[in-house]
Write a protein that binds this ligand. Structure first.
Ligand code: SIN
Length: 291
């Protein structure tokens, strides 16, 4: 099993430098150019990613094709159902907040595209323009959140499945209904309304570790339960999982890139930069059916 402890200055990395960014998760990687990555460096990046769950890189120059090529090293790319991609780059979506945009894409703790039958494995986000201050992204470690639960709660969650859906966010009356951001939204009613059952505690297919898998924006209720019956436990798990001790925070600069593991990480885009512009490009990597 992978162990985060002792990774600082670990001799197991010879091509990259790995600097953990908090006690909970995340590491900043240096000494690497993602646009021209050799296989040995990628192997170390992949290993560091499994160990730290989200990796941060600075000062990268990546056009949309470079960004896709880097993300594709983690697996086949996925398309995003609700925002039109960049012309000529079917897997890259822009995430833009103009100076006067109010709506904030990703402004709530969530795991990307968990409403799919096969939720995405990785998300790669690249900063093009960022506010002078603000616009950070928070990340939370769902493995640590699971480990911190009592044995009784773990038993209660064992076998429990959630009804995952995009409808609360992207449906006809969803959160993004009146979105005023400049991205071109694509209507996809089948995908908006689809529901898939996923375990609330999932096992990471590569590390074997268990993680809480519940994000409020994308879970309607627990299987075989009413919404009203599900809500108190969902609220508790959400509050529990996003406590500060399970989190880290990344401050973007132009040329920064983050890649996170949606199987064990939730994230939250902060909306604390009114009057300033932020522009990112995002690519996602296909995942498996959670178990
Ligand atoms: C997202 O939720 O994918 C967007 C995160 C961000 O813009 O910081």
């Amino acid at each position: 099993m992978l162990d985060r402890q002792g990774s600082r200055g670990s001799p197991s990395y010879s091509r990259i430098q790995v600097e953990p960014s908090s006690g909970a998760l995340g590491a900043e990687i240096s000494s690497v150019k993602l646009a021209s990555l050799d296989d040995e460096s990628f192997e170390e990046i992949h290993r560091a990613w499994l160990e730290h769950q989200v990796l941060f890189f600075r000062d990268q120059r990546l056009d949309p094709a470079d960004l896709s090529a880097f993300a594709e090293r983690f697996g086949a790319l996925d398309t995003y159902p609700f925002i039109a991609p960049l012309p000529g780059h079917p897997y890259v979506i822009p995430i833009i907040k103009e100076k006067d945009t109010r709506m904030n894409f990703g402004g709530g703790w969530h795991s990307d595209m968990s409403y799919q039958e096969k939720p995405v494995r990785a998300t790669c986000l690249y900063a093009i323009e960022v506010p002078e201050r603000g616009g950070d992204t928070l990340f939370a470690n769902m493995t640590a959140a699971y480990d911190a639960l009592s044995d009784g709660m773990k038993q209660l969650l064992d076998g429990l499945r959630g009804v995952f859906t995009a409808t609360k966010v992207h449906g006809a009356t969803g959160l993004y209904k009146d979105a005023d951001h400049p991205m071109e939204m694509t209507k996809n009613p089948d995908r908006e309304e689809a529901r898939h059952l996923h375990p609330i505690v999932r096992t990471h297919p590569e590390t074997g570790r268990k993680a809480l898998y519940l994000d409020l924006p994308h879970v309607e209720r627990f299987e075989n339960m009413h919404i009203r019956e599900s809500q108190p436990l969902m609220e508790f798990l959400y509050q529990h999982a996003t406590q500060p001790q399970f989190t880290t925070r990344f401050s973007w600069q132009p040329g920064s890139l983050a890649i996170w593991d949606n199987r064990c990480v939730q994230h939250y885009a902060l909306n604390d930069y009114p009057g300033q512009r932020r522009e990112m490009n995002r690519v996602t990597v296909q995942g498996d059916v959670p178990f």
